[in-house]
Design a protein around this ligand. Structure first.
Ligand code: PLP
Ligand code: SF4
Length: 360
């Protein structure tokens, strides 16, 4: 494996008590030691009680969780740190002038059975779980975070399998969430295997942010299981070049070595990556990892994410500059998602408009 120029960080393990480097690299340790309560958060960041007080309101509406690994990417001195912005609860989630709606894409209206979104004829999306190990503040399924999904997970998933089996138009199933890699590994194997054994299902796809927020979850055992369910594609979500660490590079490399193509879907986020240089470094870094920049999403008008939304013209300007300057293999498609069956609409640069220079 060749890793070049990836962030070599020194993690101060003392933040976590008497742990060993082996603990740090163990995903179960990472999962168990997530920060999920305000006292722990305050302790880690050294927050004053005045700072913590308003966060209670946010946490009551949208819970939070951060893995020690993802926390270790944050520069604690910088309150506007781009990694911090993605996982740290913000009062703006509940205080806004114009808020979005819980489900702007009207996914709930496109669910023939609970948790299965069928918006495009040839493919569907299975919300296999609503759990994640780190909750992204910009998540477009925030509405689901607090909800109790059926406790009998296997029955919940089985209904989706039955629906897919009875719908010959479906040739691809996207297993997403939440983060499907939070599911028990043998249950996930059963789910993938059941889908794959349906004659008209050609391809599976996993949508998971584990390579970014808890790369230790990508183990040899997991790769072996995923490998046995090929053809399987893996889409993840790196949003900032500082998320491209040695650890995440290793996770992507293991998936690639298992014959699983890895692609990336970024979200354009104000104060995180709404900047040409940041986006260029991100796509260059992804290309070095052999991870294909697939989509750049305009942040949907989801309730609680207003403070992340960028102007579309700004997004277009960034994409246009990328288009003119970087390798075609590094170019994500910039899309805005629309309700129901409207689907993802590509937003193209202005480059080919002949009279653009006279337009203003
Ligand atoms: C985005 C999405 C897909 C996948 O679309 P691609 O363009 O193939 O990546 C499938 N189903 C739903 C509901 C989606 O939102
Ligand atoms: S990993 Fe995905 S589903 Fe989970 S909080 Fe982040 S954006 Fe939402």
């Amino acid at each position: 494996m060749r890793i070049m120029n990836f962030n070599k960080r020194k993690v101060d393990l003392k933040n976590w008590g008497a742990i060993s480097a082996a603990d740090w690299k163990n995903w179960e340790w990472q999962a168990k030691n997530r920060i999920r309560t305000l006292p722990k958060l305050a302790g880690y960041f050294g927050l004053s009680s005045e700072t913590v007080q308003p966060l209670k309101t946010v946490a009551g509406v949208y819970h939070f969780s951060m893995t020690p690994y993802y926390l270790s990417l944050i520069n604690k001195e910088d309150e506007s740190d781009p990694i911090r912005r993605q996982c740290f609860p913000d009062i703006k989630e509940v205080q806004f002038t114009i808020d979005g709606v819980p489900d702007p894409l009207e996914e709930e209206a496109c669910m023939p059975v609970p948790g299965l979104v069928h918006r495009y004829a040839d493919r569907c999306l299975a919300i296999a779980t609503n759990r994640c190990v780190t909750y992204c503040r910009h998540c477009n399924r925030k509405r689901m975070w607090g909800k109790n999904l059926p406790t009998r997970q296997k029955d919940y998933l089985k209904r989706m399998v039955d629906y897919v089996a009875s719908s010959p138009v479906i040739r691809e199933v996207i297993v997403s969430g939440g983060d499907p890699l939070t599911l028990n590994e043998s249950l996930l194997d059963w789910f993938l295997g059941s889908l794959r054994s349906i004659r008209h299902v050609d391809v599976l796809r996993i949508g998971s942010r584990m390579p970014v927020v808890m790369p230790m979850r990508i183990t040899h055992d997991l790769c072996r299981m995923l490998r046995s369910n090929r053809p399987l594609w893996f889409n993840t979500q790196f949003n900032h070049p500082r998320e491209l660490t040695m650890e995440s590079a290793r996770a992507c490399d293991m998936l690639l070595e298992a014959g699983i193509p890895v692609s990336n879907q970024s979200v354009l986020l104000k104060g995180v990556n709404d900047d040409y240089e940041v986006m260029r470094d991100l796509v260059y870094g992804l290309q070095r990892l052999s991870v294909r920049p697939y989509y750049l999403f305009q942040c949907d008008p989801v309730a609680g994410t207003d403070h992340f939304r960028c102007d579309i013209l700004k997004g277009m300007a960034i994409i246009e500059k990328l288009w003119l300057n970087v390798s075609g293999l590094c170019l994500p498609r910039y899309v805005i998602d629309s309700p129901g069956r409207g689907g993802k609409i590509p937003i193209q640069p202005f480059s080919l408009l002949a009279d653009r220079s006279q337009a203003h």
